[in-house]
Ligand binder design. Structure first.
Ligand SMILES: Nc1ncnc2c1ncn2[C@@H]1O[C@H](COP(=O)(O)OP(=O)(O)O)[C@@H](O)[C@H]1O
Ligand SMILES: [Mg+2]
Length: 225
């Protein structure tokens, strides 16, 4: 469960304070698939970065599975991210010098997973790319790279997956494929998913849609089942 209470973010723009996220309350129940939509610059990435503990709020509390992450220091935040949160980015951020298989293997080895190789192979299978494991990112399509990035994000079986415009760099067919995969992850593993997207069409099958504008959220609407 993700709970935000009065969470805001103010940054300095030149010498003037600029509030890029107005005080926000939000609850995402475990196992929910929430989409966040809104125009560029409306604060979507800011909100996601705060939930991920990549950034600290100017006010308010962020509670992840009962832990107030605004109380944690850098080490505590890093541990929480490692245990609880997978992150997927618009531009994939795969390591170019490593194969697809190795990209998925890295977080498993860092976590000291005893059967890292076997787990990486299962993850590649789960995203439908068993036969692409030996390819380098540059040899894969955008959609394939994003599926590898999703496999990597799932390596340590996080209960929460955050995705910032995961389809933003893909054509519509590949974008749908990636959203299908995220929905499948949500249903089959029970992973809580929060996905930022530009594309309102992709939100139709989510549990709820949150719209942002000018650093404010509107009430979450329940999507079509
Ligand atoms: N560190 C920062 N300093 C100043 N302005 C920022 C900073 N981070 C984000 N912004 C501004 O805050 C607004 C919201 O940004 P962002 O959350 O990235 O929006 P979105 O993801 O919806 O496009 C934008 O106008 C952006 O330029
Ligand atoms: Mg953004």
């Amino acid at each position: 469960m993700i709970e935000l209470r009065g969470v805001s973010k103010t940054v300095l723009s030149g010498s003037r304070p600029l509030t890029i996220l107005q005080p926000t309350d939000l609850t995402v129940a475990s196992g929910q698939f929430l989409s966040i939509v809104g125009p560029s610059g409306s604060g979507k990435s800011t909100l996601l970065g705060l939930i991920a503990g990549l950034d600290t709020p100017s006010s308010g509390e962020i509670v992840i599975d009962g832990v107030d992450i605004t109380d944690l220091d850098e080490d505590g935040l890093a541990r929480l991210r490692g245990a609880k949160i997978g992150f997927v980015f618009q531009f994939f951020h795969l390591i170019p010098a490593l194969t697809a298989f190795e990209n998925v293997l890295v977080p498993l080895e860092i976590a000291g997973e005893a059967r890292a190789g076997e787990k990486a192979a299962v993850l590649l299978r789960d995203v439908g790319l068993t036969d692409r494991g030996h390819h380098y990112p540059s040899q894969l399509s955008g959609g394939e790279q994003q599926r590898i990035a999703i496999a990597r994000a799932l390596a340590n079986d996080p209960p929460i997956l955050l995705a910032d415009e995961p389809t933003g760099n893909l054509d519509s067919a590949n974008g749908r494929h990636v959203v299908d995969l995220l929905l499948d992850v949500n249903r089959s593993r029970g992973t809580t998913v929060v996905m930022v997207t530009h594309d309102a069409e992709l939100t139709a099958r989510c549990d709820a849609v949150l719209t942002m504008r000018d650093g404010r959220t509107t009430a979450a609407a329940v999507g079509q089942p």
